[in-house]
Ligand binder design. Structure first.
Ligand code: PHE
Length: 450
């Protein structure tokens, strides 16, 4: 079928794009920082369990609905609904999803702007513009606003190019660079004094902490955020996959890449924190809590790089460049959610939709910047900690209870005709129907009561 909608040109193109969406600030800024403030290895353990047992099944739900409907989340949930009530709930879920995606982008662009600013700061240091470098690394409204706007402009530019020319081409170029740079940095940090202390914190779990309700809810939010779930991003990427692909396999690969990069980033950030500590940088308060979680890596890493002399400037450039890349391949996937909806629902041209929505989101980011203390943490928690898992819950209910099981099987069978004899079909349908929704609700209930 020659559809007017975009489609990824190959399996690799899809995996790059979906992994590009999944791998982002969530892996390299969010996950290691959360791990550091939630007991290191205890958090890692719970995160790994939740990522494989809850996030992967929800990812599959989104990909399968998306490919079946070949549409954005709103239309897709409507399409698989058998009656008026479920159609209405589906519409409301899809719309909530794109609003949440837009708010995620509004804080994400701010953090990504910090990454860009640090990257440019390293370049200016190389050319000895030290005053400029200082301004770029200090927290000011002007810097925050300027770099947020630059980052949004980059995102808007890529998304206006569409699926193959924009999303796929850029993700395939940027993702391998990211992986290589990360591995090199990890190897380098391991050679430094103090790194082993960080490694110990990261790898030796305190099992008692792993059962704390708050830790579990944080890890759930982190896993959903990291795999870009709940807001319709993976659903819309699923809608651009060709019918020949074996979804459980490609979904599994994306999950694996995402988790590996988060874990790898932990091998960089936790040891780096302890190297910094070893060099006299304060990272904990007297009560043992992390100083300013949101900006932790901006406090710790530049100081760490400083201690390396000229090599440090190059390492810093590499690191923040890598962070900016990772952020960009994710931000484009967030912007695609409201854009795809607006194009498909209201018949607006792509370029126009992208510019209008990008501007609205940049305005939201500006409001957050003007009230940073009050709004930043609030928007992060409301979108990632609460909205994403709850929306994921609704996706499970649609796949498990509302969508007709025969249609579901037909869809999964498309890229692999023997799928109903395999392990995936034996476990997954019952699992998304009962186990996933129940566990998500239990984690919420436990955290509210606890
Ligand atoms: N998964 C991305 C990251 O880890 C964030 C993201 C969330 C992207 C929701 C799209 C949708 O940074």
């Amino acid at each position: 079928m020659a559809s007017p909608r975009g489609e990824f040109s190959s399996r690799l193109g899809f995996i790059m794009a979906a992994a590009g969406s999944a791998v982002g600030l969530g892996n390299i800024w969010g996950f290691p920082t959360q791990a550091a403030s939630n007991g290191g290895a205890a958090f890692l353990l719970v995160y790994l369990i939740l990522a494989f047992t809850l996030a992967y099944p929800v990812l599959m739900a989104e990909l399968i609905i998306g490919r079946h409907a070949h549409a954005n989340a709103v239309n897709a949930l409507r399409l698989i609904s058998p009656n008026r009530v479920t159609r209405r709930i589906g519409t409301a879920t899809g719309i909530t999803g794109f609003i949440v995606a837009s708010f995620i982008l509004s804080f994400y662009a701010i953090v990504a702007g910090w990454m860009l600013a640090h990257c440019v700061a390293a370049v200016s240091e190389l050319f000895r513009f030290n005053g400029l470098a200082e301004w770029l690394t200090e927290f000011s409204f002007a810097r925050n606003l300027g770099f947020m706007l630059i980052f949004m402009a980059l995102t808007v530019g890529i998304i206006s190019e569409g699926v193959q020319q924009g999303i796929e081409r850029w993700s395939s170029r940027l993702m391998p660079m990211l992986l290589i740079s990360l591995v090199l940095l990890v190897l380098y940090v391991f050679t430094l004094e103090g790194a082993m202390d960080g490694l110990r914190v990261y790898l030796l779990p305190d099992f008692e902490r792993a059962l704390a309700p708050d830790l579990i809810l944080n890890a759930l939010g982190a896993a959903f955020f990291s795999l870009s779930l709940g807001v319709g991003t993976m659903l819309i990427y699923g809608s651009y996959i060709s019918d020949r692909e074996n979804l459980p396999v490609v979904g599994g690969l994306v999950t694996l890449v995402d988790i590996c990069i988060a874990v790898l980033a932990g091998f960089l950030v936790l040891p780096a924190m302890y190297v910094a500590l070893h060099n006299g940088v304060e990272i904990f308060t007297a009560t043992g809590e992390l100083i300013s979680e949101d900006t932790l890596i901006f406090n710790v890493l530049p100081r760490l790089f400083d201690t390396m002399g000229l090599a440090g400037v190059v390492v810093s450039l590499l690191f923040f460049f890598l962070m900016s890349i990772a952020a960009l391949t994710s931000s484009i996937s967030m912007l695609e959610v409201p854009v795809a909806y607006t194009i498909e629902e209201h018949g607006v041209g792509r370029k126009r939709a992208v510019v209008v929505i990008g501007t609205l989101i940049a305005i939201a980011s500006t409001v957050i910047l003007l009230n940073f203390e009050a709004l930043f943490g609030l928007v992060v928690a409301a979108t990632t900690r609460y909205s994403q898992p709850l929306l994921g819950f609704v996706f499970c209910v649609y796949v498990g209870w509302i969508w007709h099981r025969d249609q579901l099987l037909q869809e999964v069978r498309k890229g692999s005709d023997r799928v109903e004899h395999g392990l995936f079909w034996k476990i997954w349908p019952g699992y998304v129907r009962v186990v996933c929704p129940v566990i998500i609700l239990l984690i919420f209930a436990q955290s509210l009561l606890g």
